[in-house]
Write a protein that binds this ligand. Structure first.
Ligand SMILES: [Zn+2]
Length: 199
């Protein structure tokens, strides 16, 4: 195989849910396309890679040169509620279901001894200052319903509790054990959000 093609397949194969065979299919489709799709993809990818960065406040991907994302700029979302999620996909899931109208805080993972994810690897230390700055009154946890997710939730509570009297809640039952938010239908998510439990 041509080394350039091989290199390309390897890059695609590393992407989530693609794998070696998927990588081959994508590369073939791109390189054999006669409408210039490969070049167009290269341009938009390069543009996004250089101009997109996490929002310095909440972690949502946004324009690198802006100091806040669409959610943090939107004053109607300053309702005192802050939803703590693992990653941006969870924000998209919650937005699609229109269940939450406050602000988000993406921590970027969950604590895991097995995976070697420690508190310093996550976006947690900035939370107490954010709670004070934005007058947050309720933190809603929408982390994965796993042992790691619960451990992370307790850790976040321990960090935040000392510096503020914010209330905590978590999504009600309906979120399947071990399940990610993106596998839940909008109706179940709305119920889980509406019936959230105070911690
Ligand atoms: Zn933001």
């Amino acid at each position: 195989m041509n080394p350039k093609i091989e290199k390309l397949i390897k890059q695609f194969a590393k992407l989530p849910r693609v794998g070696a065979r998927g990588g081959q299919r994508i590369v073939l489709a791109l390189l054999q396309d006669k409408t210039g799709r490969a070049a167009a993809l290269a341009t938009v990818l390069s543009d996004a890679a250089t101009s997109i960065a996490p929002c310095p406040r909440c972690g949502v991907l946004t324009d690198r040169d802006s100091d806040a994302c669409e959610f943090c700029r939107d004053s109607s979302r300053a309702n005192g509620q802050l939803c703590v999620v693992r990653d941006l996909a969870d924000v998209w899931t919650l937005e699609k279901a229109s269940v939450f109208h406050g602000r988000y805080h993406i921590i970027g993972g969950v604590l895991s001894g097995a995976a070697g994810t420690m508190p310093d690897d996550l976006n947690i230390a900035s939370l107490p200052a954010r709670i004070a700055d934005e007058k947050i009154t309720e933190i809603i946890f929408a982390l994965p319903n796993t042992v790691e997710g619960k451990t992370t939730q307790h850790y976040v509570m321990s960090i935040v509790q000392d510096s503020s009297d914010v209330a905590f809640s978590e999504l009600a039952s309906g979120v399947p054990l071990g399940g990610d938010l993106d596998y839940i239908d909008d109706g179940t998510l709305t119920l889980a959000f509406g019936g959230r439990k105070t911690l």
